[in-house]
Design a protein around this ligand. Structure first.
Ligand code: UD1
Ligand code: CA
Length: 459
């Protein structure tokens, strides 16, 4: 098989976005556009993936990390000039080079594979991925000759009225014979309305050398959506959201209201999970079979076990076991771990805490920096007093302990196995296993006091 290379164009500032953030770093369904593109490319069998980044665009490199090699385009003189920055690495290599723009997040690996197959079958030296656009405004138009062969691509700003009426657009994705690409790029000029070196001009140059030029038209225009401004960004978001939600629904997930459900591209969801409206599932979240999420839950980087229910709650970077009930209105903060059959009820905040199987904090509690064993009952209003103003300290509650309502556990402190803490206690010493600890002032009843007060006449 011929070697394959990919060049991702990501050096443009994206002035039309009107943003401090580099255009290709704007997220679509929570993932930066350029990462979408690179993730799709990674599934192809590539010998080299090179991303062209702008001067000072370290953030693009930080985002992609080892997924790519990088070349820097100091000045943004056009897409042709951008590809030329990869010359030192690629120019003398035999094979096929795919060029993709970093601002086309909806492009799929399947379509890229079809483009490559088409390019090989046609024996072409350049193949353009095209699409039919209802509204081709802003895209380069594909000019075909009388025989239907692709002749050249004309940019919107350089196009005549007649050319502007053409609805077949250049998606900005191409396959080239690698060596011919770099030879042709030497001959690209910037003699056009924008004064830029256009990559699509390579098509006309190779055509002029009587090389075979081909086009592969994707039936799905949405894949070619190029995001140049925030209006297109919102369109990309809607399309990507729909694509992701439909994938899950086809795999056996019930999404009650797909237009109000936001699932990240890398989230995994098991069969017969029910996702209610207003739910946001992000990052590397996994939801196991038969769980129920929402309404209005935001879950990021969490593992949610089978048959668990997470209602109107926020959970972050945590592990939630099987048959767990979270919420309504609970907050599971990072580095928490809930065992199986746990309950974390309304207005309970859990932070960097582990709960063993079957433990419950059903109402109005803060459990932070804590190790809670199994079978523990934490009464309403319990607070782990974890912070002394300087450092955080650990609270340990051993198996089967019972913490009465409205208790303060001043860390570092341990409540032993099976111990009881009386309601309203402020515990600052360890409680031995099986003990009862009462740490509150004794009650005094003053008989008849209220009546006496009421009988004193006012002036
Ligand atoms: C480009 C194509 C157009 C096509 C459209 C598809 C050219 C001249 N035009 O137009 O035919 O229909 O994409 O979406 O190629 N970039 C650089 N360095 C530069 C300029 C651009 O790296 O000097 C990068 C950008 O970051 C972007 C990509 O190349 O990711 C495309 O550039 P952009 O300015 O968005 O091109 P379009 O005007 O959309
Ligand atoms: Ca673009």
């Amino acid at each position: 098989m011929t070697n394959r290379y990919a060049v991702v164009l990501a050096a443009g500032q994206g002035t039309r976005m009107k943003s401090k953030l580099y255009k290709v770093l704007h997220p679509v369904c929570g993932k930066p556009m350029v990462q979408h593109v690179v993730d799709q490319l990674k599934t192809l069998d590539l010998s080299e993936l090179i991303t062209v980044v702008g001067h000072g665009a370290e953030k693009v490199q930080d985002q992609l990390g080892d997924d790519s090699h990088y070349v820097i385009q100091k000045e943004q003189l056009g897409t042709g000039h951008a590809v030329l920055q990869a010359e030192d690495i690629l120019a003398d290599k035999e094979g096929t080079t795919v060029v993709v723009c970093g601002d086309t997040p909806l492009l799929t690996a399947d379509t890229l594979q079809q483009l490559l197959d088409h390019h090989d079958q046609e024996g072409a030296k350049a193949t353009v991925l095209t699409a039919h656009a209802e509204d081709p405004q802003g895209y380069g138009r594909v000019i075909r000759g009388g025989n239907g062969q692709v002749e050249r691509i004309v940019e919107q700003k350089d196009a005549s009225d007649e050319e502007q009426a053409i609805q077949e657009i250049n998606t900005g994705t191409y396959c080239f014979d690698n060596k011919m690409l770099f030879q042709a790029l030497q001959n690209v000029s910037n003699d056009n309305v924008q004064g830029e070196y256009y990559l699509p001009d390579v098509v006309e140059i190779l055509k002029g050398q009587s090389e075979t030029i081909s086009a592969y038209q994707t039936p799905d225009f949405s894949e070619s959506l190029g995001v140049n401004d925030r209006v297109a960004l919102s369109k990309a978001e809607t399309l990507m959201k729909q694509r992701i939600n439909e994938k899950h629904m086809r795999a056996g997930v019930t999404i009650v209201d797909p237009s109000n459900t936001y699932i990240g591209p890398d989230v995994k969801i098991g069969q017969d999970v029910m996702v209610h409206p207003g739910s946001i599932l992000k990052g590397d979240t996994v939801v196991e079979a038969d769980a129920e999420i929402g309404p209005h839950s935001t879950i990021e980087d969490c593992h949610v076990g089978a048959e668990s229910v997470v209602k109107q709650s926020v959970a972050n970077n945590s592990r939630i076991g099987a048959r767990v009930q979270v919420g309504p209105f609970a907050h599971i903060r990072p580095q928490s771990s809930l065992g199986d059959d746990v309950k974390v009820g309304n207005f309970v905040e859990v932070k960097k805490a582990s709960f063993g199987d079957g433990s419950k904090a059903s109402h109005l509690s803060y459990i932070g920096d804590a190790e809670v064993g199994s079978g523990v009952n934490i009464g309403c209003g319990t607070i782990t007093v974890n912070y002394d103003g300087q450092n955080k300290h650990l609270t340990t509650i051993e198996d089967d302990a019972f913490i009465g309502c409205n208790s303060n556990l001043i860390a570092p402190v341990t409540v032993g196995k099976g111990a009881y803490v009386a309601a309203g206690s402020t515990i600052n010493k360890d409680v031995p296993a099986e003990a009862l600890s009462i740490a509150r002032s004794r009650q005094t009843n003053k008989e008849g006091y209220a009546s006496r007060i009421k009988s004193i006449k006012k002036d």
